[in-house]
Design a protein around this ligand. Structure first.
Ligand code: PLP
Length: 355
C-alpha cells in the first residue's frame, strides 16, 4: 500500500510498486518465477504470493487508496467476493451492469447459492429500497454499455446506514475519475485486463479494500481456491500501469472530440458519453444488420469485445445474446484508443458511409 496519499495518480502510477533503492538494485520489479521459497519468510509458497504480485498490488493499492489483491481475471476477483457470502445471501446489482458479473450471479441464483435481485441502478431510491436486508450491493458507474451515471456517493452513504456491504466495479471509470473507497465502499474491484494493463495482451483482476479483516478473508479465498495470476501476466500489467494515466487521458481527449462529432452525424441517432473517460456508446438510425456492417467496415477500429486498450475497438453490443434487452439493437460500444483523432474520425465516417 502507498505510504504517500498526497501524491497525484499520475505520479503514483509511475512510482508505486518499485523495489527499495539500493546500490545496483533493480529499478523494476522482476518477474518472480518461483513456486518455492526458503522457509521463515512472510510469503512461504508461490500460491500465497511473490514479489511481482506485491509490486502490482502496491501500485493499484496506491491508486485506489486501499490494500490490494490481484487475481487471475476480473471474474476471479468478483468470484472471490461472492465466495465470502453465506448460502442464500441476498445480493443486489444493476440490471445494466457488466454482463459477465450478471451471468455469474444469475447462475448462483439458479443454483440457490445466492439470492440475486436486479435493480435499476440509476434510480438511487429503488437501489436502496432493494438493498434493505441485502448482504452485498454490487455497483458500477457509468453503467456498461449504456454509460448512464449512477450516484455512487449517495447510494454508498445510504447503504452504509442500512449496514449493507458495497462493492464497486471501477473498471470503466478508473481511479482517475472516482475512488469509491473514499465514498465508503467496502471493496473496489477491477478488470485489470482493461485500462490498467491497457495493451489487450493480458487477463487479470484486482480487489482493493480498507478493511483489514476483509483483506485477510479475501486473501485466504485466493490462497485456498487457487485462482491465482501468473507472474508474467502480473508483470505485463505492472508495465502497463506505468502509462495508464497517459493512455487514459489521451483516449479521453479523443473521446470528447469524437462524441461531439458523432452527435452531429446524420446516421447517428443518440450519443452516450459520460463526460469523462474513453468510452462512448452511440446508436444508429439503421437496424442490427446495418450496425453490424458499420462495425465490420472500419479499418483502424477493431470489431472486438474488450475495452480500455491503447487500440480503438467497438462492437454492436446486442450481437451477444446475454446483453440486456434494454440496450438498442443499433448501439455501438466504442472504446476509444490513442490513435490520431482525425484518422479515427475518417475511419468512422467511412464506416458510417456504408449504410
Ligand atoms: C471485462 C470486465 C470484467 C471482467 O473482467 P475479466 O478480466 O475479463 O475477467 C468485469 N467488469 C467490467 C466492467 C469489465 O469490463
Amino acid at each position: 500500500m502507498s505510504s504517500d496519499k498526497k501524491l497525484k495518480p499520475e505520479t503514483l502510477a509511475i512510482s508505486a510498486g518499485r523495489p527499495v533503492p539500493v546500490p545496483d538494485g533493480e529499478l523494476n520489479t522482476p518477474i518472480a518465477l518461483n513456486s518455492t521459497f526458503h522457509a521463515g519468510g512472510p510469503i512461504g509458497y508461490g500460491r500465497y504470493g511473490n514479489e511481482t504480485w506485491t509490486a502490482l498490488e502496491d501500485a493499484i493499492g496506491a491508486l485506489e487508496g486501499g490494500q490490494t489483491l490481484v487475481f487471475a481475471s476480473g471474474q476471479a476477483a468478483a468470484s472471490a467476493i461472492f465466495n465470502l457470502l453465506p448460502i442464500g445471501a441476498p445480493v443486489v446489482l444493476s440490471d445494466e451492469g457488466y454482463q459477465g458479473i450478471a451471468a455469474l450471479l444469475k447462475g448462483y441464483h439458479e443454483s440457490g447459492r445466492l439470492d440475486v435481485r436486479f435493480v435499476e441502478a440509476t434510480n438511487s431510491e429503488a437501489v436502496l429500497e432493494a438493498a434493505k436486508g441485502a448482504a452485498l450491493l454490487w455497483l458500477e458507474s457509468p453503467t456498461n454499455p449504456a454509460l448512464e451515471h449512477v450516484d455512487l456517493q449517495a447510494i454508498i452513504a445510504g447503504a452504509k446506514k442500512l449496514g449493507v456491504g458495497v462493492a464497486v466495479d471501477n473498471t470503466l471509470a478508473t481511479p482517475l475519475t472516482q475512488r469509491p473507497l473514499e465514498f465508503g465502499a467496502d471493496i473496489v474491484m477491477h478488470s485489470v485486463t482493461k485500462y490498467f494493463a491497457g495493451h489487450s495482451d493480458v487477463i487479470l483482476g484486482s480487489i482493493s479494500t480498507n478493511d483489514p479483516a476483509l483483506y485477510k478473508r479475501l486473501g485466504d479465498v485466493r490462497k485456498l481456491s487457487g485462482a491465482i495470476p501468473g507472474p508474467f501476466e502480473v508483470w505485463l500489467a505492472l508495465r502497463g500501469i506505468r502509462t495508464f494515466p497517459l493512455r487514459f487521458r489521451a483516449a479521453e481527449a479523443n473521446a470528447k472530440e469524437l462524441a461531439k462529432r458523432l452527435a452531429g452525424h446524420p446516421k447517428v441517432s443518440k450519443v452516450r458519453y459520460p463526460g469523462f473517460g474513453g468510452m462512448i456508446s452511440f446508436e444508429l438510425t439503421c437496424d442490427a444488420a446495418g450496425t453490424d456492417l458499420v462495425t465490420q467496415s472500419a479499418k483502424i477500429i477493431t470489431n472486438t469485445t474488450s475495452l480500455g486498450g491503447i487500440e480503438s475497438m467497438w462492437e454492436r453490443r446486442r450481437r451477444w445474446a446475454t446483453e440486456s434487452h434494454k440496450i438498442s439493437e443499433s448501439l455501438i460500444r466504442f472504446s476509444v484508443g490513442c490513435e490520431d483523432v482525425d484518422d479515427l474520425w475518417d475511419d468512422i465516417t467511412a464506416s458510417l458511409g456504408k449504410i
